[in-house]
Design a binder for this molecule. Structure first.
Ligand SMILES: *Cc1c(COP(=O)(O)O)cnc(C)c1O
Length: 384
């Protein structure tokens, strides 16, 4: 028997109270009982997103929320500016292309964050850009983009909106759509929300809703205006993922009970502990300048077989971390620390990593990474 640990950037470990609720016999989605649940979820999502606007709940993985954004707010030929600094930035570009948008890509070196002035310059050059697409946390590289700064830049352009993929950011570090001028914020159930994959959440500003009135892209299932109308009556347009929404209700209640600020502080502490541990082991962070608190990407040391690290972690210790994708394949590994994860999950992962690295020929003093993580945790108020 091998105990399993999930330290990948989604899916993440499930919140036990939610699992228990989701295991109960299903209820009908048009029954008053379910409408009451949706009403509560609606209110609590506004708290989580720190917004006064409704947050739509779609039944799909996070990408469905991204696709729904593109095909509901834009039209073929519209100009889109895409921050492409990793796999998920590429996804925005691909989605825009599929729907016939004229896509201008700003390629950012993997591991680096977008320099906001590049967006300002691009908008000055082409004020007819209708959408700026970015990730708040680019999970493939472990980078955090400064979406607050981008919000400031885009806000004065009346015919331009800022679309933020916050799928691995929401519930991890502050995302303030109303305050920062983030016109669309997309989240997913399987990251910090501690649920199985299957729900996408989309928050739109009034400015973004205006875009929905003129969009001519084809769509059927992901019709945001239809969902908005249904949600106003505590309903969904089609049969929703009833069980997942019941799980979401539990999770949101827990986040509210704990307080969002505390939840974010917890993530910041775990992230700092992980990064410090990696440096204590002599490893180099991939996203040194602007690391995301959701996932820590680490460079594989020279001479070490990078692909072997996640493989050995899983096979020998039952611990799932992520490797690198595409051009980062074999060059980095990624340890996630979001959702239902605590310091002991992190120190377990680091302890196993120390052993795996040693086995692969890297010089390790056992406990050095673990000790550094505990020290950061303790000194940053984690001991309570
Ligand atoms: C997980 C993730 C997604 C969504 O991927 P799905 O597999 O469709 O849920 C999108 N963007 C980022 C930054 C992510 O971390």
């Amino acid at each position: 028997m091998k105990k399993k640990y999930l330290l990948a950037p989604g899916p993440t470990p499930l919140f036990p109270d939610a699992v228990l609720e989701m295991g109960k016999p299903i209820i009908h989605h048009r029954a008053p009982e379910f409408a009451a649940i949706l009403a509560q979820v609606r209110e609590d999502l506004k708290y989580l997103f720190q917004t006064k606007n409704d947050v739509l709940v779609l039944c799909s993985s996070g990408t469905g929320g991204m696709e729904g954004t593109v095909c509901n707010l834009f039209s073929p030929g519209d100009k889109a500016l895409v921050v492409r600094g990793g796999k998920f930035g590429e996804r925005w570009a691909e989605l825009c292309q599929v729907y016939g948008l004229e896509t201008i890509n700003i390629d950012v070196e993997w591991g680096k964050a977008i320099e906001p002035r590049l967006i300002a310059e691009a908008l000055k050059r082409s004020p007819d850009i209708k959408g700026v697409f970015v990730q708040a946390s680019e999970s493939s590289t472990g980078v955090r983009h400064d979406v607050q700064a981008l919000g400031e830049i885009v806000r004065p352009y009346e015919n331009t909106i800022l679309i933020v993929d916050a799928i691995s950011a929401l519930g991890v570090f502050p995302i303030l759509p109303d305050q920062w001028g983030l016109d669309v914020v997309v989240a997913g159930s399987q990251k910090a929300l501690m649920l199985p994959p299957g729900l996408a959440m989309v928050n739109l500003s009034e400015k973004a809703w205006r875009f929905a009135e003129t969009s001519t892209c084809p769509r059927y299932y992901f019709d945001l205006r239809k969902e908005r109308k249904a949600l106003a009556k505590n309903q969904s347009a089609y049969t929703p993922a009833v069980s997942l929404i019941i799980g979401l209700k539990e999770v949101l209640e827990e986040i509210k009970r704990e307080g969002l600020e505390k939840v974010l502080a917890h993530h910041a502490r775990l992230a700092r502990a992980t990064r410090t541990a990696m440096e204590a082991l002599g490893l180099e962070l991939y996203a040194k300048d602007s690391p995301s608190d959701a996932v820590t990407a680490v460079k594989v040391p020279p001479g070490i077989d990078g692909a072997a690290i996640p493989k050995m972690m899983r096979e020998q210790f039952g611990i799932t971390i992520a490797g690198g994708q595409d051009r980062a394949k074999g060059k980095i590994f990624r340890i996630a620390h979001l959702g239902y994860v605590d310091i002991f999950d992190i120190t377990t992962g680091i302890a196993a990593l120390e052993m795996v690295l040693k086995k692969l020929g890297y010089e390790v003093t056992f406990g050095k990474g673990v000790g550094a993580a505990i020290e950061v945790y303790y000194n940053s108020g984690g001991q309570g």
